[in-house]
Each structure stands twice: as structure tokens, then as C-alpha cells.
Ligand binder design. Structure first.
Ligand code: ADP
Ligand code: MG
Length: 258
């Protein structure tokens, strides 16, 4: 992964310039403060895995990064654009952020190829030929070249999730956000999806991944971040955070899940 980091597609931007930079992020729903001041930096080519108990604010953090939730306070910069600036063109900024959810969210009435081309055409203004070329190359990337004309309902959960990943990739995002992408899958289908994500990491994709897959986090993440109660309690390289946690809450969480 170190090699991938030096391969900097933005050219002029230093590989040390964060793709995602979050400062003092707070988010409340009514009286409930879910994020209590989160700082986070993700550099180009870095894979950051977020772990932590249910309800700790992991999904809210990811949803704030592409403004599916509006932060209550704090600053979020993605690829040099401050999303929290009131004048920010959110729709334009969002096209550079790929998001994959636990539920695959494919359009049920469109075949796989059309699922991958529709946003390219409507949002990026690509023509039929280009959008199909991009779609097909991404289907190949996730091992679904033979499923272009299938309807989502004809695919297994793992195939649907890989199609959802290919759809996000077809927008050429600067960063990919994954929110528990394998949690809704039958156990035997998890490996294929994690394999695709591992491949993306090896290609140098910048990734922020909420996951319960500790083995994946250990092997693929550059940085693991443990969240609890709306705070980042501990972060560092996976061998330290998962292998030799320092904080009591991290130890207790890992004792429950490992
Ligand atoms: P995690 O992904 O770590 O399980 P979430 O970010 O989904 O945690 O949720 C954190 C807390 O915020 C939970 O208590 C949840 O009930 C609450 N929450 C999340 N979204 C909303 C919402 N739209 N309205 C009210 N409360 C919410
Ligand atoms: Mg969640």
C-alpha cells in the first residue's frame, strides 16, 4: 500500500494533503448529541477502518462526510472543498465521494449496466458509449462482467453489493465510504465483497470503512479508529489498536467481538 500512496493522481497535490479532513465535528439529533467532537484525517491512498459498538456514531460520521446529515458544528473538507461552507456546491462535491451502504440500494427496476450508467449520464453528463465503457470496466473490476444485463433481484446479496461498489466507482470518486458493507450478507458471501475492497485498497483507493470485520481491518487498514459514545477513543495502526489496545473501552469492545 505504501507504493500506492506515491501514485498521486492529483499531481500537484502532495500525497500528504488529506483527502478527508475533519475538525471538531459535532452532530446532534434534537437533545441527543451523537458526535461530540470528532477529528479525522485521511490521506490519499490511506485505508481507515472505523470500529466500535452499535450506536457509537459510526454511521452518522460517514453520513456527515457526504452531507446526508448536516453537521451541528465543525469543519469537513473533502478533496480541498469545504463541505461545511454554506456556499459549497454540495451536489458537485458529492460526486467525488462514493458511498456503499449495508443495504445495497440498487435501482430494482434497472438492470446492472443501467444501474452503473444512470448517474454517470445524469450527473456527470457522460454519453451512452463512455458511460457503458466505464461501467463495464468497473464490473470487471468487481468480478461481474457476465452480469451486465441481469436485474438486481437475480443476483445474490454479495453480487448486488459488488454491483453497488462498481456503481460508486463508475463516478471516479476521490474517496470511497463504506458503511458495514458486509453486515447484511450471508456469511459465505462476505469474502467476495471483502476481496473486492481489498483489491481497491491495493490499487491505492482512499477508503473510510465502518466494519465489524476485524480480520479485514487488521490486514487492510493503515489506520484503525475506535469510536465509542460519539468520540474517537483510540486510533493508530491496526496491530496496536486491535492487537494491543491501550484504552479500557477498546479492550472491552474487542473482548466482545473477537
Ligand atoms: P452506529 O452506526 O455506530 O451504530 P449511528 O451513527 O447509527 O451509530 O447512531 C448513533 C446514535 O444516533 C444512535 O443512538 C441512533 O439512535 C442515533 N441516530 C442516528 N440517526 C438518527 C436520526 N436520524 N434521528 C435521531 N437519532 C438518530
Ligand atoms: Mg451504523
Amino acid at each position: 500500500m505504501a507504493d500506492a500512496k506515491t501514485d498521486d493522481p492529483a499531481g500537484a497535490v502532495s500525497s500528504e494533503t488529506p483527502v478527508i479532513s475533519i475538525d471538531g465535528l459535532k452532530k446532534s439529533f434534537g437533545d441527543l448529541e451523537v458526535l461530540k467532537g470528532v477529528d479525522l484525517s485521511v490521506t490519499r491512498g490511506e485505508v481507515v477502518c472505523v470500529i466500535g459498538p452499535s450506536g457509537s456514531g459510526k454511521s452518522t460520521l460517514l453520513r456527515c462526510v457526504n452531507l446526508l446529515e448536516e453537521p451541528t458544528a465543525g469543519k469537513i473538507v473533502v478533496s480541498g472543498t469545504e463541505l461545511t461552507d454554506p456556499d459549497c456546491d454540495i451536489d458537485a462535491a458529492r460526486t467525488r465521494i462514493g458511498m456503499v451502504f449495508q443495504q445495497f440500494n440498487l435501482f430494482a427496476h434497472l438492470n446492472v449496466l443501467d444501474n452503473l450508467t444512470i448517474a454517470q449520464r445524469k450527473v456527470l453528463g457522460r454519453g451512452k458509449e463512455e458511460s457503458e465503457r466505464v461501467a463495464k470496466s468497473n464490473l470487471e473490476r468487481v468480478g461481474l462482467s457476465d452480469k451486465a444485463s441481469a436485474m438486481p433481484a437475480q443476483l445474490s446479496g454479495g453480487q448486488q453489493q459488488r454491483a453497488a461498489i462498481a456503481r460508486a466507482l463508475s463516478m471516479n470518486p476521490d474517496v470511497m465510504l463504506f458503511d458495514e458493507p458486509t453486515s447484511a450478507l450471508d456469511p459465505e458471501l462476505v469474502g467476495d465483497v471483502l476481496g473486492v475492497m481489498r483489491g481497491l485498497a491495493e490499487e491505492g483507493m482512499t477508503m473510510l470503512v465502518v466494519t465489524h470485520e476485524m480480520q479485514f481491518a487488521r490486514e487492510v487498514a493503515d489506520t484503525v479508529l475506535f469510536m465509542d459514545g460519539g468520540y474517537v477513543v483510540e486510533q493508530g495502526d491496526p496491530a496496536q489498536v486491535i492487537g494491543a489496545p491501550r484504552e479500557r473501552r477498546t479492550k472491552e469492545f474487542l473482548a466482545r467481538v473477537l
